[in-house]
Write a protein that binds this ligand. Sequence first.
Ligand SMILES: Cc1cc2nc3c(=O)[nH]c(=O)nc-3n(C[C@H](O)[C@H](O)[C@H](O)COP(=O)(O)OP(=O)(O)OC[C@H]3O[C@@H](n4cnc5c(N)ncnc54)[C@H](O)[C@@H]3O)c2cc1C
Length: 293
Amino acid sequence: MKPAPFDHVRATSVEHAVAVLAENADSARVLAGGQSLIPLLATRRAQPSLLVDINGLAELSYLRVDDGHLEIGALTRNRLIETSPVTADAAPLIVEALHHSGHVTIRNRSTIGGSASYAHPAGENPVALLTLGASVVLTGPTGRRVVPVGDFFRGPHLTSAAPDELLTAVRIPVSPPGTRVAVAELARRHGDFAVVAVLSALRLDDSGRITAASIGIGGAGPTPLRAFAAEQLLVGEHPSDELVRAAGAAAAAVVDPPSDVHAPAAYRRRVTDVMTQRSLMRALSPAERTSAA
Ligand SMILES: Cc1cc2nc3c(=O)[nH]c(=O)nc-3n(C[C@H](O)[C@H](O)[C@H](O)COP(=O)(O)OP(=O)(O)OC[C@H]3O[C@@H](n4cnc5c(N)ncnc54)[C@H](O)[C@@H]3O)c2cc1C
């Protein structure tokens, strides 16, 4: 099968891209890394009549720490983000998430803006952004707005961006020094989208008590989810097997997974429990990755 015919515009600036999107709101799609969009075109599951290609917009490719946030330009390639010492220090959970996000060849081309806009419910990048309390910057004809990702992800491949808005950056609160992070997921093969993925970020005080916990779940609902009840169980406690088991059960209790060809709902719920426990055990392990001390 070949793509349906389409026109192609190479954007020369953010303003140009937004203007073209505004003129063609019903029929245009942004082309970033193309790792998801091109297969959709090739199988005719997407048939836009116009592609607005942002690959020439060097101004959207950057990583910087600014005002307590790691800001990443939308066109920054996921492999660059994964291997940057800036990410390792400021948001190590993003590095861990990207290790599981497709393959290196895909990450060489795919972009953080594309990952967020594609809004796959099991995408590790979207789950990591939610776990870390990130926001997206959307630029449209009337200016910029900053939207927390919890309000941005609306459903499978559905976001609150308007058709004439370009996602121009993501802003991730810098993880405090010593934050311990981990990813645990079940996928058929490494690099596949997960059946269920659980990401965690924890902080402990000098006595070993958990002082902060954030747990994100992918693949167990229409959007990435936060396991707030499980987080509340953990904070203020010293880690134990019993506590981790209780957190796994609390996470599984809040999810409403779909049944599909990959897994029935009951299985996804059970895997949510197990992956939550594994993710927490890894984050609590002394060998696990931490943000810069
Ligand atoms: C074999 C394979 C395995 C994969 N496995 C995983 C995985 O395990 N986990 C995972 O998270 N991802 C996975 N991916 C998806 C990969 O990460 C995608 O490439 C990524 O999600 C989309 O990024 P992109 O830059 O390629 O976007 P594109 O494919 O160019 O675009 C994707 C969508 O986002 C829109 N878009 C892109 N950029 C913007 C923007 N700046 N503003 C507004 N809209 C925009 C496009 O219009 C399109 O609708 C996999 C992909 C492949 C091919």
